[in-house]
Design a protein around this ligand. Structure first.
Ligand SMILES: [Zn+2]
Length: 402
């Protein structure tokens, strides 16, 4: 297929200076997932920036998210708003492009500023993960809109405020926007600084199990008590025994308990699972229910189950593999050598893949050391990756590649 525009000319249309300035400005705004004020400011700036594209920008309220306190009480956790841009919603073929505006660095973290490491590299919070990626989305789409294939297709852009804590307040929005799309692109940074993409991903789940027993005097009438810590410990051993080749289980914390002379009536067990396949994920769910029922009966305690799998495993099926192949071919046209490798990390790409839509989820900048004060972004990758995405979108706009 003949591209709308020669690859080198495509690179030349992208304004690298503006991109760098935007990333520096955006990275200077703290958007730790709990910093609602910073997220709100960022959402407004993104809404303005993306309004240069056709379509309508909307800021969407986060879904209600609850957690379990150390006292065993369920409470609501506040989140920032998400940005959605819908372009040509009536087009027959549509894409979804996603990113996140939050970072792992809270407002009181020492890492807040952007600085230069060398002529090609900046260091700063969220530069790679993923304000650089958000800017790649913006400039890829600006370029795409100048191409003749753009009017034939439509797309949604979703930028959430809570990816770093598992997208609990945006998961249903992501799934709703992904459904029925031809393909999805997510703008996490490349898996390696050389541009290597993340391929298959495992899943993850987080649980808080609350055990309610009955307190009693440890000396006078211990047999009248129902020990919540013992019940929680029983569960620790049972879930650890459920580990297999396709799933790991990490009992992480037991809270609760009481004075040494009291049979404890409260315990909260927190644990994480990493299923490698959908099978493993579903199997564990049933096994956990059975274990909880057995413990409830054996220890005569009340049990409340909170949480679950937030990121289903992301195997790469044939359709998704064809999308990887297409990205690689587009890279080759631009003189970029793009490979891929499986990773233990998770992201919104997991949730998109679970809707059956093919996704490549590391279309963002080249960079590394993310989630640390050494986080860096390779500046020339802004232009490279914007051109890559524009070309991928152009190819996806006609014929059937997937
Ligand atoms: Zn990220």
């Amino acid at each position: 297929m003949k591209p709308d525009i020669a690859p080198q000319a495509l690179l030349d249309t992208i304004d690298a200076d503006t991109m760098l300035r935007e990333v520096q400005d955006w990275a200077a705004i703290n958007t730790g997932t709990a910093n609602i004020e910073g997220l709100d400011r960022m959402a407004g700036i993104l809404a303005d920036a993306f309004s240069v594209l056709p379509g309508d920008v909307e800021l969407i309220d986060p879904a209600t998210v609850t957690a379990i306190s150390a006292e065993g009480r369920e409470f609501e956790k506040p989140h920032g708003r998400h940005m959605v841009l819908r372009v040509r919603p009536d087009a027959e073929r549509r894409f979804v492009l996603t990113g996140h505006m939050d970072t792992v660095f809270p407002v009181d973290h020492p890492f807040q500023e952007v600085s230069w490491i060398d002529d090609d590299t900046i260091n700063g919070p969220g530069t790679a993960d993923m304000k650089g990626g958000l800017d790649v989305i913006l400039h890829a789409l600006k370029t795409f809109e100048t191409m003749e294939s753009a009017p034939r297709v439509g797309y949604d852009v979703m930028i959430n405020s809570d990816e770093e804590t598992g997208s609990l307040a945006s998961r249903s929005l992501i799934e709703e926007l992904a459904r029925g799309k031809y393909a999805a692109l997510t703008y996490e940074p490349s898996a390696l600084p050389d541009g290597t993409l993340a391929h298959a991903r495992g899943g993850t789940g987080n649980y808080s199990i609350t055990f309610t027993g009955k307190s009693a005097h440890a000396g006078r009438n211990p047999h009248d008590g129902r020990n919540a810590i013992v019940a929680a410990s029983d569960l620790v051993l049972r879930i650890k025994a459920l580990e297999a080749d396709d799933i790991t289980v990490n009992p992480a914390k037991i809270e609760g308990g009481s004075a040494n002379n009291v049979v404890p009536d409260l315990a909260i067990l927190r644990f994480n699972i990493r299923p490698k396949s959908t099978d493993a994920m579903n199997r564990f769910d049933g096994q956990l229910d059975a274990a909880l029922a057995a413990i409830e009966a054996d220890h005569e305690v009340g049990i409340h189950r909170h949480g679950g799998v937030t990121r289903p495993p992301k195997p790469v099926d044939e359709k998704a593999q064809r999308l990887f192949d297409l990205v690689k071919a587009c890279g080759a046209e631009l003189g970029q050598d793009i490979g891929w490798k499986p990773t233990g990390g998770v992201c919104d790409g997991n949730n998109i893949a679970a809707t059956g839509v093919p996704v490549v989820d590391t279309m963002g900048v080249r960079g590394g050391a993310i989630h640390s004060p050494d986080e860096f972004m390779i500046v020339p990758s802004l232009r490279e990756r914007a051109a890559l995405s524009a070309l991928v979108l152009a190819k996806l706009s006609s014929g059937d590649h997937l």
